[in-house]
Each structure stands twice: as structure tokens, then as C-alpha cells.
Design a protein around this ligand. Sequence first.
Ligand code: NAP
Ligand code: 8YV
Length: 323
Amino acid sequence: MSAPDLLMPKPMFAQTVEALEQVFTVHKLWLAEDTKAMLADLADHVRFIAAGGHSHVDEAMIAGLPKLEIIANFGVGYDSVDAAAAARHGVIVTNTPEVLNEDVADLAMALLLATIREVPQADSFVRQGRWLAQDYPLTRATLRGRTLGIVGLGRIGKAIARRAEAFGLTIAYCGRRRQADVSYAYHADMRALAEAVDTLMIIVPGGAETRHLVDAEVLKALGPEGVLINVARGSVVDEDALVAALREGTILAAGLDVFADEPRVPPALLALDNVVLLPHVGSATVHTRRAMGQLVVDNLVSWRDGRGPLTPVAETPWPRIKA
Ligand code: NAP
Ligand code: 8YV
């Protein structure tokens, strides 16, 4: 019997592709001369999709593949997969929770420290030979005495909180509900959290519900010593409002790992020296990408073998709950 057909819309981590090719016949959509023709050819038999972090799996694609059963997303955030549409079409979506918590939390702290202590700026100073003429100026900001507001105290948010506690930061958070297992100050409202803290760490899911959660009002509430770190999704922050706030001194500085239109970064942000910019590298270690890839493979193989998905997302629970 031939290996079952799997659609891969965009390139993925090479080791994951190799592992999938051991088990499935992998159809690489981005290599097709005519993507519509490839999708039409596969319509009658493709049951599996492996979606890299940059794949957009929308309702049109799901509806065009009537035999589709499961979409395994490479990443814990699955805002690029229309999970509500998948649910309507009876298709399971899985993601890669937990295995990336520690590396993403490390990167979040690295970005916070780099932003507060101007690490990239100081590195450039040395490379440009400017140290020969003068010492690097003292930084206006310090981590000492700061209160960190975590927006989204979930799996990664809690891993960040553990690190922040070790750095001596006071912690507060907001989310849709208060959490019973933590004693940090809770704010139901994003604006109230921004007023109560001087440092914001954004680590909520992307998508329509959190779009522009951080807007001009929130940045104003954060204040002139305020530091914003975003390791969630670019869509969560109003980038135009952020550029204005950084230019006008409404907040002090920002550290961004994610952007609204990746990999394009607005030129206005590139021109500012009070922002540290990273190319979406929160989980980007070989160790963690291997673990994420393995979970993608394990979900698909478990489904193929009739054992159900390992890590289904909330919109497509398993076993299916009857309405
Ligand atoms: P998680 O465990 O589901 O945690 C998400 C948290 O966000 C929860 O505490 C949830 O609390 C809160 N939340 C959800 N919707 C909200 C809303 N509308 N308003 C306010 N808070 C809301 O997810 P995770 O595993 O920690 O991952 C979080 C996100 O990080 C991912 O979805 C992804 O977008 C991003 N991420 C980025 C990178 C990177 O490379 N930069 C890597 C991994 C993940 P309530 O339910 O109480 O609201
Ligand atoms: C990855 C991520 O960059 O897991 C997520 O939600 O944002 C990151 O781990 C991405 O999913 C894979 O390219």
C-alpha cells in the first residue's frame, strides 16, 4: 500500500520534512508550478496537512479538500490556520504546546534585558570603534524596581514569570480570567494593567480577539519610563501607535520579536534607536524546533493509526464533544 498523501503548504524545518517523508507521500505546494492544479489533483485523497508557521490554511483550502481529516501546525500559535473553519468541516487542528516554553521564555527575558540595558546599541558602539573616544553612556533604564505586567499568563507567560521572579521583578498580569494558582496582582483590563506597571510583556495568542490589544491608550497608560516587549504576535500591537509612542517619548523603549507583516518590518521602526528588533526567533533553537517537529509527526502518526490527536487545539477538541 502506498504511503498516505500529506499536503505541506510552505517549507518546514528540514528534519521534520525528512521524518514526514518516511511515513507519508509529501506534496510540497510551494514548489508546484500551478498550485490550484495541485490542490485540485489532491482533493480526492489528501487527509493530512502539515502546516509550517508561515502557512495560511484558510477556509477555501479546507473546503477544497473534502477528504481532509487533520491539520498539524508547527507552532503553539495557530492564528494562521482557520481553526473555526476546520471545526465546521469536521477537521482536527493540532499545535505544539509545552515543548517550546523554556526557550521562548529565555528569549523573552533576553529581549527584555537587551532593551533595558541597550545591549545591541552597546555592541554597535564597540564595533564602530567609538569606545576609543568615550565610554558608552549610562542607560536611563534599569531592571531594578520594575513591575512586569504579563499579558497572557499561560504556559509561556508562567515560564517568563518564574524567570522574572528570580530577577527580583514584581509581577502583575491580565487575561480573561483570574488564575487560582498564582498570587500576582490581577487586572481584568489591559489599560488598568498598563497603568499599574512600567514594563509590559505580551505573550497572548494572536488573531481577531487580541488584535491591537496594545493601542495608543495603553501605551500612554504605560508612561514615559515604560518598556514594551512583544513575543506574541505582531497583530496584538498597533504598530503605528507604537512608532508614534517611541518617537514622542510616550514610552521609553520596546523590544519586538514579532511584527504585523513578517518578514517586513516597518521602515519607521528600523529608523528608531530605542527599539530592539528580532526576526521571530522565540523558539528558534535546534533543540526546540526538533521537539516541535517531533510533536507534529507524532500527532499525524497517532491520527493515522486511529489513536486520535495528541495535542488538539481548543476549537477542535478530542474526543469530539457533541453540541
Ligand atoms: P497559552 O498557554 O494558551 O496562554 C495564553 C494566555 O493568553 C492565557 O493565559 C490566556 O488566559 C491569555 N489570553 C488568551 N486570549 C486572551 C485575550 N483575548 N485577552 C487576554 N488574554 C488572553 O499559550 P502559550 O503556549 O503560552 O503561547 C502564547 C502565544 O505565544 C502563542 O499563541 C503564540 O502566538 C506566541 N508564541 C510566540 C513565539 C515566538 O517565537 N515569538 C513562540 C511561541 C509562542 P485567559 O484564557 O485567562 O484569557
Ligand atoms: C515559531 C511560534 O516561530 O510556536 C509559535 O507560535 O511563533 C514559533 O514557535 C513558528 O510557529 C514556526 O515557524
